[in-house]
Structure formats: structure tokens, C-alpha cells
Ligand binder design. Structure first.
Ligand SMILES: [Zn+2]
Length: 310
């Protein structure tokens, strides 16, 4: 194992562990401080929960994968890194002798896409926006993508139907929503967490108006289970509460921007950018994890997203 790959594994594992600390962690040490101060949390044993016949939710290393097994074919998602992928493979082997035949990557972020090499028989599928990020490959551990799609792709896994939807950028540029219409199971990644704000350190390339747009669309779908990236629960209520959160945040920020323009003209909107993160509160969400540390950055990020389009 060369140095680059070792570094990639260490960083990917650290990202996964960090993500598991309740809403992407509570703090953000510099790399040097992290090396001195970071204490890895206890990793609970992985779980494999059956959601429907032949459909499972693997949760391990603080991260989710969908597993679909039918007629000698196996689809899974986001192996994340080689050691987690090994654990995922071991848990799948308890259910079937069939090899993993398809891996869907939910988006381009490096803490989700490593470890595909553990499944040599699998075809790797990722939205077409993945490749430009993989070409940057600063850590050297990115997958070879076998198949891409633009707006929609249907995959058959035996008698199971797995749909891939691209509804625009959300978390990153290649945000893929996975939906199994017959089982009414949706899989999203890094779009929301149950009663938690995405930590402020991880919102820079999270498109807030895009996330709101996507959550509002899938909130209309028939859903029995909603898998999200970094929590073990699959209750659709968690998704619906976040639809409400992103709508409330959008409404509050947009209204303040309109008020400023009405009172002081177009350029007055920049005063809102400076002041609103310190003054706006959404009481309804004050008990959510990360509200205290990250809500001001959410206000700022929503302002940027509304005013700048990203
Ligand atoms: Zn992400």
C-alpha cells in the first residue's frame, strides 16, 4: 500500500467517523490539531435491517448502504472505503452467495465512493457529474465508473426495480436520489439528518435552494422507508421534518431580503448578508443537533444560494 493510498484511507475513514458524531461532528479542529486531539469514537457493530423482501439497509461505520438482492443479482450503494466495503461484503455474504453486481454511488463526495475494488464483479454507476470530481482525485482513491446517467436511469435487479433520479444539485453536483417504487423506499445521501442541521463545516458545496427543491419533490412520493446517509433510522417523518425546515429557512431569509430591498433598494440586500445570521432565529428548530453551532451559517448559506444561485 503506497503512501497516497494510506493517506486516502485514513482521511476517508476519518471523514466517515467524523460524520457520525451527531450531524457531521460538533467541532472542526485544524488538521494538525485533529492529529493531536481527535479521539475516534467507538464504532458500533454494523447492522443489516430488512426493509422489504430482498431489500436491506446496511448501517456500519456511521454510514448507510442500500442492499437489494434478487435472482442471483445484488445491488448496493456507497461502499465508502475499503474497510467498510469489506464489512458490507461480509454482511451481504450472510444473505446470499451471489456477488455484488451493481454499485450505485449517491454522489461524488470522497467519503462515499471509495472501496468499490472490494467488489470485482460490480458495475459502478454514478451520475455524469461524478467524473469531473474524480478527475481531481487529490487522494488517489476514487472509483472507475462503468456507467453514467443524466436525468433518469432504471436498473433491474432480478425482479426488483431501482430508479435513479437526478433532480439537480443538492449535496454536491451529482446528487442522486434512489427510489424503489414497488417497495416505496427512497435513499438520499447527505441531504438531511433526523432533527439535526448539517454541520456548518460541511455546507460549502451543499446547494441550499437545490436541497430544498429536491426534498420538496421527494416529499410528495409514496415512502415507507427513507434511508439517509449517516443515521440508522428510516422513518419518513425525518425527511418530512427537513422539508419543513428548508422551506421555513428559505421563507425567513427570502422575506428579509425582500424587506431590505423594499426599504433601501437593491444594494441594501447586502446588509442582510452581514446582519441576518446574527439576528434570525427559527425557534421551532432550536433543539435540533447543531442548531447552536451551525444555524447562523445555514442562514448565510441560504442567502448565498438565493442571491447567487448555488
Ligand atoms: Zn456529501
Amino acid at each position: 500500500m503506497n503512501g497516497i493510498v494510506r493517506l486516502a484511507l485514513a482521511v476517508c475513514c476519518a471523514a466517515i467517523l467524523w460524520a457520525g458524531l451527531g450531524g457531521y461532528g460538533q467541532f472542526a479542529p485544524s488538521a494538525a490539531l485533529a492529529a493531536q486531539q481527535y479521539q475516534a469514537p467507538q464504532i458500533p457493530p454494523p447492522t443489516m435491517t430488512m426493509l422489504a423482501e430482498g431489500v436491506y439497509h446496511y448501517f456500519g461505520f456511521f454510514s448507510s448502504s442500500l442492499v437489494v438482492i434478487s435472482d442471483g443479482q445484488v445491488l448496493t450503494t456507497d461502499p465508502s472505503n475499503p474497510s467498510r466495503a469489506q464489512s458490507l461484503q461480509e454482511e451481504i455474504a450472510k444473505l446470499t452467495d451471489a456477488p455484488v453486481t451493481t454499485i450505485v454511488l449517491t454522489h461524488e463526495h470522497y467519503d462515499h465512493v471509495g472501496g468499490t475494488g472490494v467488489f470485482p464483479d460490480a458495475s459502478v454507476v454514478c451520475h455524469r457529474n461524478c467524473q469531473p470530481a474524480f478527475d481531481l482525485a487529490p487522494l488517489g482513491d476514487v472509483p472507475t465508473v462503468d456507467e453514467t446517467f443524466d436525468d433518469f436511469m432504471e436498473i433491474r435487479v432480478g425482479d426488483k426495480v431501482v430508479e435513479l433520479h437526478y433532480l439537480g444539485p443538492g449535496d454536491g453536483e451529482a446528487t442522486t436520489i434512489i427510489y424503489m417504487p414497488n417497495e416505496q423506499i427512497v435513499v438520499t445521501s447527505d441531504m438531511y439528518e433526523p432533527r439535526a442541521l448539517t454541520h456548518k463545516n460541511w455546507v460549502d458545496d451543499k446547494h441550499f435552494t437545490g436541497t430544498r427543491h429536491i426534498l420538496n419533490i421527494i416529499g410528495q412520493w409514496d415512502i415507507t422507508h427513507a434511508i439517509n446517509a449517516h443515521s440508522p433510522g428510516t422513518d419518513p417523518v425525518d425527511l418530512m421534518e427537513n422539508v419543513e425546515y428548508y422551506n421555513d429557512l428559505y421563507d425567513a431569509v427570502y422575506e428579509a431580503m425582500l424587506d431590505a430591498v423594499a426599504e433601501g433598494g437593491l444594494f441594501a440586500v447586502f446588509g442582510v448578508y452581514g446582519s441576518l445570521p446574527q439576528t434570525l432565529e427559527l425557534e421551532k428548530y432550536q433543539d435540533w443537533t447543531n442548531y447552536d453551532t451551525s444555524f447562523p451559517r445555514h442562514v448565510e448559506r441560504m442567502f448565498q444560494s438565493i442571491s447567487h444561485g448555488d
